[in-house]
Design a protein around this ligand. Sequence first.
Ligand SMILES: C[S@@+](CC[C@H](N)C(=O)[O-])C[C@H]1O[C@@H](n2cnc3c(N)ncnc32)[C@H](O)[C@@H]1O
Length: 172
Amino acid sequence: MPKPSRLGYIQSYPHLLVDFGDGDFNSCLRATKTFKAGDYVAPLELGKLTKGPKTYTSVQYGPGSNDHIELNSDLVYINHSCDPNVAFDLSSSDPSEWHVRALRRIETGGSVTFFYPSTEWDMDQPFACECRAKTCLGSIYGAKYLTLSQLAAQRWISPYILKLVAEREKSL
Ligand SMILES: C[S@@+](CC[C@H](N)C(=O)[O-])C[C@H]1O[C@@H](n2cnc3c(N)ncnc32)[C@H](O)[C@@H]1O
């Protein structure tokens, strides 16, 4: 189940709802209540996660090229933004603590977004970003293709991504 479908849709989390659009990639996840900065938006429940190869729906959890999980829940509909409102925090060595956290206030009905290169080093499916943020980076390929200052401008970057960037900078 890479993506829950519109047909027979059952919400995965009480305060998050998929807004299904037409076409393959035009859906998003919306908040059905207001979240404050720092609030837990959703846990990454271990029972739902599956390890697997890198895909456009997977989330990286470590520095290795095989360190990817499928979310198997509505969280897969969280779009990228260059000015995101949540962090995917998979930094704990205890996976039961992995979670999605609000980086700033999210109003009821607001689209939930994260900065994909905060978890992804080299993405399976790069795209031309349509986030419309003033700080939009244009094309999103993964952290490997961003400068240190572009990454440093973000509120949250996963520790293993920062480590990979540090290794890249050292080898220059
Ligand atoms: C995991 S899906 C996210 C949900 C997706 N919108 C959908 O309807 O299935 C990731 C894909 O959504 C699209 N996407 C996500 N954020 C985007 C953005 N800011 N601009 C353009 N496309 C985006 C891209 O095609 C990307 O490969």
